[in-house]
Design a protein around this ligand. Structure first.
Ligand SMILES: *Cc1c(COP(=O)(O)O)cnc(C)c1O
Length: 441
């Protein structure tokens, strides 16, 4: 079936029609901005169905998918066990607004897997998780300031939508109209992987409540922490009475079962989760020590609530996913296949005379059109976006669906067989060759 993709008739009518309709009904025709293909040009594909490692669009074309709904689909799409599980649970009611057994079971799985979490609160998205984690950090420290890193994304809460300033920022500027300057000024930004900048920031009066960090960045493309950098964030927060928040919404159960904190052996105070723990349904969570988490209502004064939080549908999808991920061979397989993919892509680029820099941790990766190491936002931002856009479309033509932006991570799932990976590499060989032609060589 996949073999026919390149030759399948390219009737984009249905996607194009839906997009035109959507543009009248939703801002940009989408419910989340990056989906609109602004980062690569062209018009988005409307997806009709997904199965395993593939997506099928409204016009019946099938693609090998490396977006994985931006991370959650580590088992592949429409996994039979999860589909059966949520169908059975749905028949018994989709939300009770009262406690249920599945919440306890998922909490148990998370606490057992993530080293620093003793107690957890479920929410409905990663955005809610980070927003609530920050409230908790501010609430317990009695401080207002927050440190984040340029290019890290932590959802769209006001405090976190702050522009990457140059050098050591003193006052944050809002990234988006509608974020009051009075809120943004409490968010300080420094370059990722820059211990000296962090040290400088902490020389101010002790008003920093927390550092929030993607321990392996996925949201400027994949950027791993330098050796010792996460240790440094742990050390400096401890020294200054601030909390360390690991935003593991993407890395949790992705780079290792216990997340980046397990992989690198660092214990944050608060951990944010999402994506994989919802198994493809809307979920987020935040957790930490019992002492810390008991500050949350109703045991403590810090308020946070949710009508659909802990609903049986999302809990079931998450629970079945996390149970499957107990099989240790899964992470080894993901590692082998992701390495095969990234090596293949790099070689295919080199063979076409194109320089790329590939960053990868486990099954999350990014190939940057960049001849320099990519270690932070400033270096990521020197990547050739225009070239990425052309590569993206050339890959689409070959039946491979990559993230529609240079600054996103790609994901390999257990449904990506070696065969599909080799097919992807073959597609890339052709795509890179068309780039050279496009460059007039
Ligand atoms: C996806 C993501 C979020 C936001 O999660 P949503 O469910 O989209 O609100 C936050 N932090 C990180 C690191 C993410 O990758």
């Amino acid at each position: 079936m996949l073999g026919n993709m390149a030759t399948a008739e390219k009737d984009q009518n249905k996607s194009a029609r839906l997009y035109a309709q959507a543009l009248e009904l939703m801002p940009g025709g989408v419910n989340s901005p990056v989906r609109a293909f602004r980062g690569v040009g062209g018009t988005p594909l409307f997806i009709k169905s997904a199965s395993g490692a593939t997506l099928t669009d409204a016009d019946g074309r099938t693609f090998i998918d490396y977006v994985a709904s931006w991370g959650p689909m580590i088992l592949g799409h429409a996994d039979a066990e999860i589909v059966a599980g949520i169908s059975a649970v749905a028949a018994r009611g989709t939300s009770f607004g009262a406690p249920n057994e599945l919440e306890v079971e998922l909490a148990e799985e998370i606490v057992a897997a993530v080293p620093s979490i003793e107690m957890v609160r479920m929410v409905n998205s990663g955005t809610e998780a980070t927003m609530s984690a920050i409230r908790l950090a501010r609430g317990v420290t009695g401080r207002d300031k927050l440190v984040k890193f340029e290019g890290c994304y932590h959802g769209h809460a006001d405090s976190l939508l702050v522009k990457a300033g140059s050098g050591v920022a003193t006052l944050g500027l809002p990234d988006s109209p509608g974020v009051p300057a009075a809120v943004a000024q409490h968010t300080l930004t420094v370059p990722f992987n820059d211990a000296a900048a962090l040290e400088e920031l902490f020389k101010q009066p002790p008003d920093i409540a927390a550092i929030i960090i993607e321990p392996v960045v996925g949201n400027m493309g994949c950027v791993p922490p330098r050796q010792g950098f996460l240790e440094f964030t742990r050390d400096i927060t401890t020294r200054h009475g601030a909390l360390l928040i690991f935003d593991e919404v993407m890395t949790g159960f992705r780079v290792a079962r216990g997340g980046a904190q397990d992989l690198y052996g660092i214990s944050p105070d608060i951990t944010c989760l999402g994506k994989i723990i919802g198994g493809g349904l809307p979920v987020g969570a935040y957790g930490g020590s019992r002492a810390l988490m008991r500050n949350i209502a109703p045991t403590g004064p810090i308020y946070q609530a949710g009508t659909l939080s802990g609903n049986p549908l999302a809990m079931t999808a998450g629970l079945l996913t996390l149970r499957r991920l107990k099989d240790e061979t899964i992470y080894r397989k993901l590692e082998t296949r992701s390495a095969r993919l990234c090596d293949g892509l790099a070689k295919a680029a080199a063979a076409a005379g194109i320089t790329t820099t590939t960053n990868r941790v486990g099954s999350m990766w990014t190939s940057f059109f960049n001849d320099q190491p990519v270690t932070n936002w400033a270096t990521a931002n020197t990547s050739d976006r225009e070239m990425y856009g052309r590569f993206f479309h050339a890959m689409l033509d070959e039946g491979v669906y990559l993230a529609p932006s240079q600054f996103e991570a790609g994901f390999v799932s257990i449904a990506h067989t070696e065969e599909l990976i080799d097919q992807t590499i073959e597609a890339a060989r052709k795509a890179f060759r068309t780039l050279r032609k496009g460059a007039g060589e």
